[in-house]
Design a protein around this ligand. Structure first.
Ligand code: PEP
Ligand code: MN
Length: 285
């Protein structure tokens, strides 16, 4: 054990080279990741429309919540199993991998059946029984930073996953709480550069939860890649005004398409390319 840092397995001292692992043909940690989709799965038309659009642009990862952690118990809580089925069907039709949130350990089996990546949300980053359970499964985990967590607490949460045996971890900076209320959260991009130095794990950015404001998402996405992030996860909706959650921060489809060229340029700063530029194997309809 190296006693200089409280975390071990996540550290660069433990493993100097970047962690790279494969998810359905995409080398995470090597290709820049683009994970896009609605905040929540709402109905078939919505998820199929968005999936078709994203797939045509070459996007490989579809996000969408079926179990939603909502601040109010009266808000839309997600379509649960029904949403997972819709999302999996849409993803299979358009050749996408599914990223969706897990809120409790009792849903691990169900979510593993439908999803390719399990997202641990900001509210659960320090749910240690959940982390311990997820450390035992063979499924990549997207670990969001707790909205009030330090970088050290975030890395220690990842340490729970690695120490239990799950090494397929993607860290995600999604904004933290500060005194500033003009944006939903404060996007801590310095944490991205810092964690890239401290850890070998891939780090991505969620500019949607970070800002809460759709028009800030393209510039913050570019900034994230320029800062050295390994990708982004972004909310996109075919009808943001009608969205059942997070409509204000969801990009219009054309807005999403327009930000891809600047993102490629930001990647080029680090001689990196996005997964949406990988050659695609055609999907059988
Ligand atoms: C989300 O991705 O929709 C979400 C709820 O994320 P976070 O846990 O970062 O708030
Ligand atoms: Mn959301």
């Amino acid at each position: 054990m190296d006693n200089r840092k409280p975390y071990q397995l996540v550290s660069r001292e433990w493993k100097s080279e970047n962690t790279v692992f494969d998810i359905n043909g995409v080398k995470v940690g090597e290709s820049l990741l683009m994970i896009a989709g609605p905040c929540a799965v709402e109905n078939e038309e919505q998820i199929f429309t968005i999936s078709e659009f994203l797939s045509k642009l070459g996007v490989r990862f579809l996000r969408g919540g079926a179990y939603k952690p909502r601040t109010s118990p009266y808000s839309f809580q997600g379509l649960k199993t029904e949403g997972l089925v819709m999302m999996r069907n849409a993803a299979d039709k358009y050749g996408l991998s599914v990223v969706t949130e897990i809120m409790s350990a009792d849903k691990i089996d169900e979510l593993c059946e439908y999803a390719d990546v399990l997202q641990v949300g900001t509210r659960n980053m320090q749910n240690y029984p959940l982390l311990r359970s997820l450390s035992k499964i063979d499924k990549p985990i997207l670990l969001k930073r707790g909205m009030s967590s330090t970088v050290e607490e975030w890395l220690l949460a990842a340490e729970y996953l690695l120490s239990g045996g799950n090494h397929k971890i993607i860290l995600c900076e999604r904004g933290i709480r500060t005194f500033e209320t003009a944006t939903r959260n404060t996007l801590d991009l310095s944490a991205v550069a810092l964690v890239k130095a401290l850890s070998h794990l891939p780090v991505i950015v969620d500019p949607s939860q970070a800002t809460g404001v759709r028009d800030l998402v393209p510039s913050m996405s570019v900034a994230a890649i320029a800062a050295g992030a390994d990708g982004i996860i972004v909310e996109v909706h075919n009808q943001p005004e009608e969205a059942l959650s997070d409509g204000d921060q969801s990009l219009y489809l054309d807005q999403f398409e327009k930000m891809l060229p600047p993102l490629r340029k930001a990647g080029a700063i680090h001689q990196r390319t996005f997964d949406f530029d990988l050659p695609r194997v055609p999907v059988e309809a």
